[in-house]
Design a protein around this ligand. Structure first.
Ligand SMILES: C[S@@+](CC[C@H](N)C(=O)[O-])C[C@H]1O[C@@H](n2cnc3c(N)ncnc32)[C@H](O)[C@@H]1O
Length: 261
């Protein structure tokens, strides 16, 4: 199954289904139909998508704040949803530079108009496929200095990418010491049936989707130092307030943040 790049309104796309979960307006009937199938399998997928966005905000605030990171590479950006990563980063550090990457033409169409940052900082958008990380790295060098720490964000991306281990290894290898990897990844650990049915919805429509268990996701952080609290359910990565225990079966993803030594 090859990842799709062309804009085809008749076939669902990952970014547009995610837009549907988040209550956005940038999807077509085919995306809504597939997303409704996922909602039947995972009734709390909207909450999960919101929690995933919340993680992006928390981790970006941490990286641009306490960790002092001034450069970000966000692959699998999605259709812009305010606040976007550069807005959170530049609120902490106006000079922050952010490079966005996605392979969906709908994301490209929005990116140019919406990703306008501070005068001191810079944003760039690269239309590329995560299965070709060398191309992404080459294009990112236009904006980012690979001799200074970079925050690599692979959030809700890798479970849709064939060869995710090699992709991650190539990207991490290119980062200088002191860089960070922030990730969320789909898992069936908490609701095996719902997540298996969800993955089937994507696969039946030709979209790669591979949930993993915790140990399988942990291998993606090979060679890196996981920060506290480790690899945890998305809503449990440094939440502002203690989430209710009832959420634990509803959010089918792990989050982790690691530093390159
Ligand atoms: C579930 S959305 C997540 C969006 C955003 N990272 C977030 O967490 O809110 C996954 C995004 O990854 C993109 N994507 C999926 N496969 C990709 C690939 N092979 N190359 C680049 N982007 C990809 C999709 O187009 C979509 O925008």
């Amino acid at each position: 199954m090859e990842p799709r790049a062309g804009l085809n309104e008749q076939e669902p796309h990952v970014a547009r289904m995610y837009d549907y979960y988040l209550g956005g307006k940038d999807h077509y009937p085919a995306d809504a139909e597939a997303a409704e199938q996922v909602l039947a399998a995972l009734p709390d997928v909207r909450l999960a998508a919101q929690q995933n966005r919340g993680f992006i905000h928390r981790v970006t605030r941490f990286l641009a704040g306490e960790a002092g990171v001034r450069q970000f590479l966000d692959i699998g950006t999605g259709i812009p949803t305010a606040p976007n990563l550069h807005q959170v980063a530049q609120e902490q550090a106006p000079e922050a530079r952010v490079v966005y990457v996605d392979n969906d033409p709908v994301v490209l169409a929005h990116a140019r108009a919406l990703m306008v940052g501070t005068p001191e900082g810079r944003t760039d958008y690269i239309q590329a496929d995560a299965t070709r990380p060398e191309e992404i790295l080459e294009a990112a060098r236009r904006t980012l200095d690979f001799d200074r720490p970079i925050g690599l964000s692979l959030v809700a991306l890798l479970n849709f990418v064939p060869g995710a281990d090699d992709v991650t290894e190539t990207l991490v290898h290119a980062l200088p010491p002191g860089s960070y990897l922030a990730m969320t990844y789909l898992t069936g650990d908490f609701d095996p049936e719902g997540v298996a049915a969800t993955a089937a919805v994507y696969r039946e429509r030709g979209l790669f989707c591979e949930p993993r268990d915790k140990a399988g996701i942990a291998t993606l952080f090979k060679g890196l130092d996981l920060l506290e609290p480790g690899l945890v359910p998305i809503h449990r990565w440094r939440p502002p307030i203690e989430p209710p225990a009832s959420m634990d079966t509803k959010i089918p993803g792990y989050a982790g943040v690691a530093r390159k030594p």
